[in-house]
Each structure stands twice: as C-alpha cells, then as structure tokens.
Design a protein around this ligand. Structure first.
Ligand code: ZN
Length: 481
C-alpha cells in the first residue's frame, strides 16, 4: 500500500513538474538583454552552463544550469549599472542598452563579467583613445569576478580595466591568456584590447587595433564596429565594419566588411593573405589591406566570424535591413557573399556559426518573418553557395528577439541564448537557453522573477509610449552609438 501511495505521489509530482515547466529560464531580461557584439554571453565549464545578461535597471545578472543535475540556479544580481534608471523605463528608447555584460570562466573556474558602460564620462579622467567621453550615457566599464569558483552566488569588483569601454568581448586562449577587447569610449574611439596572463587578476594597458580619426575634410569621422573571437591555435580573428560618422555628431551609416588576424605568440597582426600589418589600422589602411566586401552606399553591419581546420575565416555579416550574408576565405580569395536565407525574408537577422569543415557550416540565425520571430539552424554542405533550413528551435509571434553569440564551449544541450520580444506593457523579457532539441526547461515557479518590478511599475503609474510614437522615436535616434 505504502509503495503504491509512494508510486502514485511520484507520478503526481512528476506530472505536476512537467505541467508547470516552462521553456524560459527567467523572465527578468530587460530592454535588449544580450547581443552578439557583447560576448560571450555564456560559457560551459565542467558540468554547468553560465549565462550573463542585462536585467532590471540594466544591471548584470547571472544564471547557471547544471547539465548533470538538470538544475538551474539564479538569477543572481552580479553588479549594479551606473547607467540604470529607477523605476525601470517602459520605453526602450530610455534604456541605453550598451552596458550589457560579456562573461567568461577562467582556468580556475572563477566567473568574470565585464559590463556597465557606454564610453564612461569625463569625471573618470582623460580618454586617450577617443573623443571626449560622455557621449550616450557614460557609465563605467566594470569587471566583476565571482568570489568563489563555479559559484554565482557572490561577486566582487576587480578595479583593473579601463572605465572607458563598451561592447566588451572576452577571448580566452588555450594557455589561459585572456584578451578583453572593447571600444575605448563612445562611437568615435579606437577599438583596443587589454591582456591578462593571470586569470584576469591584472591586465596590461590598452593596445589599439582599430583607429578612429577625423578625415582631412574635417566633417567625416572614421569609426568601427568590430567582433573578436578565438581563431585556430594561438590566434584571434577580427571581423569589422566601417562607421563613417559625422564630426561633430553621429550618423547611423555603416559600410563594408573587413578581416584581420592576431598571432598571440607576439601579438602581431596579419591580413587574410598572411601579410603582416602595421598597427593600429586606419580607414585608408583597412581599405588597402583588410577589405572583404565593399558595400558601396548600402548598409553593412557586423556579425560573427569562425574558422575552419585550415584556420581560414568564415564571416557572417548583415546587409541592408539586416540580411545575413556569408563569405569565406578559400586560401586565396573571399567567396562572393551569399544571402543565407533565400526565401524572401531579408531583415532582423543575426547569429553565429559552427564551421565543421571548409565546405560544411551550420549557422544559427534569428530572423523576423510574417510577424513572428524564428530562431533555427541553416546548413550548407557546398561551401556556402546554398543553405538548407532545419525545423526552427523557437518560433514566436511578434518581433524584437535578441540573440547572443554561441556559448563558449557549448554542449548540444545548451548552445545559444535568446531573449523574447517585448510585450506592450513593459520591457522585461523571457530568456531562453537553446540546445539542439530546443529550449532547456525550468520549473515555472523558479523562472518568474519580475513580480516586484511589476508592482513598482504599477505604483509609478508609468505607461508605455504608444507603439507608433515609439517607432517614430526609434527611427529618429541612433540605436547603436
Ligand atoms: Zn557615430
């Protein structure tokens, strides 16, 4: 009888858990909680996948999923953003969104997060790599580290990197060296890296790799958006696009695609053909030495870059309204860029890829189509000429999804993190960890975290701006300075 009762309660409990499981791990992503250019946003270390994202008040939050026990932990508030507002805005135009975290796990298992800045501000000192800081909302690039290895419950600040950073990107090498790349200030600044050989406890001073400068005509300001990742062996790839900004002021223009590679043995750089580069790279030098694709007057935006067994780069960039395009270096030339999705949808695409061989590539892409957002894999077996679609991992009505770069050391169960689109009432967003079979589940009562925020909003009486106003405002504002 007892056994029967026990069995019945086990079955009941199991049914209840399954019935109450949801496919998101938290609902407290905020604004644009993650992006491919703040990366990695997750890393798998030993049994656990660690994820960092922007939560309420633009603060850095961390969750962890233990794949052995199938248990989630977090969200934990890891660090408070100087750019956050109280109460949380309900209009995304009032959220800076540049201070999103990048994260990594060092060789000893400590978790690092860099977040909280859009170029700093003049109170923090003189920015040697950019125009006077303070454009946007300033903030301060902040380096957090977990107090204990493999433990997200407590954090401290390590005051050892420049405060003038945005778009932080961690690249960790096989020997444990860490390169933290970022733009050293607002949009009119150099892209730099700081190197650490002691698990992020100290960093060497910033080194410039892409140079900002005012053109001779005095009105055009050369600037860049760049993406850095580990290449084959002891190398780092850089894929980037040109931002012809105005001086003074800002434009939304973005053009062309470029590539170069760093040899970490001596921190020298070369172009795709293997010719050594003199650093730091200016616009004229980039056009001459590192150009992949000249877009004319058509918009071109940054994407991601991964390498094959030969070390040859495969580059994803976004063309026009955000159409994912692909090109690869054959060893002697770049292939003609191809639209990955050829069914007529052309916008809102972004993602990352796994290069299995020079001809076989799997690309995980987010896209907008027919009033919904879709995330799924597109595969090529002919070197990128044609791409076949797999069944989507996630498909939801509405728009405004965000996707991160692939999780570092991903496993089939947890490969990429995405956030769901906005609802009309507020900017809190559900966050999903997607594996090869779709979203990782979590018990519903563990995944709800915005009750307090919703009550604060209700009390403040703040109402969202009507959609049409919001769209008009968005069109008038540089969304990505
Ligand atoms: Zn600009």
């Amino acid at each position: 009888m007892l056994a029967k009762l026990l069995l019945a309660s086990v079955v009941l409990a199991d049914t209840a858990v399954r019935a109450e499981s949801v496919d998101y791990f938290t609902d407290n992503g905020f604004g644009n909680p993650l992006s491919t250019i703040h990366h990695p946003s997750g890393e798998h270390f030993k049994d656990s996948t660690y994820i960092a994202y922007q939560g309420p008040h633009e603060d850095a939050y961390v969750c962890a999923y233990n794949q052995a026990s199938k248990k989630w932990s977090g969200p934990v508030l890891a660090g408070v953003s100087p750019m956050g507002k109280t109460p949380d805005p309900v209009d995304n135009n009032e959220v800076d969104n540049h201070g999103k975290p990048a994260m990594m796990v060092d060789s000893k298992g400590y978790i690092h997060v860099a977040f909280g800045a859009h170029g700093g501000n003049p109170m923090l000192g003189k920015n040697a790599f950019g125009t006077p800081a303070g454009f946007g909302r300033g903030g301060k690039l902040t380096h957090l580290v977990s107090k204990n290895p493999e433990d997200i419950s407590s954090w401290k600040v390590l005051d050892n990197i420049s405060p003038f950073g945005t778009y932080p990107q961690f690249v960790q090498m096989d020997d444990g060296d860490i390169y933290l790349f970022y733009r050293h200030g607002s949009h009119q600044s150099d892209w730099v890296y700081q190197k650490s050989s002691d698990d992020g406890r100290t960093f060497a001073p910033p080194v410039s790799v892409l140079k900002h400068k005012v053109q001779a005509n005095g009105t055009l300001h050369d600037a860049w958006y760049a993406w850095f990742a580990k290449g084959r062996g002891d190398t780092i790839t850089a894929s980037y696009i040109y931002h012809p900004c105005s001086y003074p002021g800002h434009t939304k223009a973005r053009l062309n695609v470029y590539y170069m590679k760093m040899n970490c043995a001596d921190d020298s750089w070369e172009n795709a053909a293997g010719e050594k580069l003199t650093m730091s790279v200016t616009k004229e030098y980039a056009d001459q030495e590192t150009l992949i694709f000249k877009s004319g007057d058509k918009r071109c935006n940054h994407g991601t870059c991964r390498v094959d067994q030969e070390g040859h780069p495969h580059v994803l960039f976004r063309y026009g309204a955000g159409q994912a395009r692909y090109t690869r270096w054959t060893g002697s030339a770049w292939t003609e860029p191809v639209a990955v999705i050829s069914d007529g949808s052309y916008g809102g695409q972004d993602g990352d890829m796994i290069v299995d061989s020079p001809t076989n590539v799997r690309m995980v892409l987010m896209r907008n189509i027919d009033g919904r957002n879709e995330v799924g894999w597109w595969n090529t077996t002919d070197g990128g000429k044609t791409w076949a679609k797999e069944t989507p991992l996630l498909s939801r009505p509405g728009g405004g999804f965000e996707i991160g770069a692939l999780i570092e050391n991903y496993t089939p169960e947890g490969m990429v993190v995405v956030s769901e689109g906005r609802v009309p009432e507020h900017l809190y967003r559900k966050m999903y960890l997607l594996g090869k079979d779709g979203p990782v589940q979590r018990p519903a009562e563990e995944a709800s975290h915005i009750q307090k925020q919703l009550e604060i909003l209700k009390k403040s009486g703040d109402k969202p701006t009507p959609k049409t106003d919001r769209a008009a405002k968005k069109a008038n504002k540089g969304d990505d300075e």
